[in-house]
Design a binder for this molecule. Sequence first.
Ligand code: ATP
Ligand code: MG
Length: 473
Amino acid sequence: MIGSLRRVRSVSGSVRVRLTLWYVLLLALILAGFCTFIYLRLLRDLYSEADRLLLDEARGLSTALQTDDPANVAGLLDDVPAGTIVVVADTDSGGVLASQSGSTQAAADLRAMPLQPATDAQVQSVTLAGDDTWRLATLTVSDANNTRWIVRVARSDRDVQAALRQLLAQMAFAVPLVLLLAIASGLFLAGRALDPIDAITRTAAQIGAEDLGKRLGLRGRDELARLAATFDSMLDRLEKAFEQQRQFTADASHELRTPLAMLMSQIDIALERPRSPDQYQQTLRSMREDVAELSRLVSELLMLARAEAGQEPLASDRLDLAEIASGVANSMEPLASARHVQLVARDCGDTPIVGDETRLMQLVVNLVDNAIKYTPPGGVVTVATRHEPGWAIVEVADTGPGIQPEHRQRIFERFFRSDTARSRGGGAGLGLAISRWIAEAHGGEIRVECGPTGGTSFSVRLPGGTPAAALSS
Ligand SMILES: Nc1ncnc2c1ncn2[C@@H]1O[C@H](COP(=O)(O)OP(=O)(O)OP(=O)(O)O)[C@@H](O)[C@H]1O
Ligand SMILES: [Mg+2]
């Protein structure tokens, strides 16, 4: 019982049935309107045509009487159409010329009717022989002898009524038949149109988090094919995001495992046998460095995760990009000299921007740190700022080995490090990922270019550039 109730609900809830029902309902309304229109139009036309014929016959007789053509009058009286009664009465002498075809009782009733001249309504309904479907046309004429005649022609509307009833019966038969056909074809067509949706639903049900490789692959150019294509491209993005997530977790655990393993081994070595206070201090100092590295990595990871979730707040202060760049260059000068790299800062004009000072400093530090790290001793690192209409630009260029073309797009991915960079140790490969996020979060972009014979140049474009633009943003 409950099962069949559910089935009924699911059938009435199905788009296919609802679509068909709506379509049939609309068709029924249109047909009802159309049939009513045809019926009323025909009703009016048939009745007025019947009245017109009656009047024509009465006028024919009147004209014959006026022209005093007895042969013509007799001819017309002999020749009455089927079911018609004609009574022509002389009002002065009371003489009656009459003829009929059909009901004698009705003819007698019409003859017995008091002789009244025609009224305004030349055709009117009358009851003859107990039948109220009769229509009577009355005309009053005077002939050449000044005799006044009343011409009456009557005919029953039964034929018209029968024709209308027949029309109604045909409509009552045809309309439900058309609706039944519409239901059948509607269900068939809706079923065909919705079949792809069933296929989409089935495939979608089979796609799980672990099985994002499946695609609908519906061919065609119609709406459903476009829906399937949109669905497929969404799955592409989802699969990519899942893959990135997996990769991120794997990389993060890998990066965390190395310093943790180093810490463990230092602790194990220290605990192997009793050590002097100096040796303990040395071990602790080295452990502190590893912990500091770990803590930096964890906070960078946290920052990236929060940034991706849109939870990393950014300040909107009025700043000067040139000031930030020269500040970073000054503070990193000692690191550059320790590596025998010459650090040059160059600024050309005002570069006002609106942004988060700490984050922008971090961005420039990451770029200068890379440039110093990857440039061999004797090289030069240049930090330059300039402005273009609407933009403030900072460029960090070095005379290092450059970046292989196939790595240029990947260096901004989290944890990406080239093999040469790995061999240099240090770093987790998060610096450029963070820099790109900072640039984009400020509405800007970061680009890398390398010379044919080496040398790398990172340029960061941030909205601003002219004081007016910076102030209005
Ligand atoms: N100036 C540069 N010259 C040559 N290679 C570079 C330069 N800057 C970045 N790279 C390459 O891009 C990779 C990614 O840089 P990124 O700053 O993201 O990571 P990292 O410097 O290796 O580590 P981290 O910044 O997390 O300490 C580097 O490993 C290196 O291979
Ligand atoms: Mg770096």
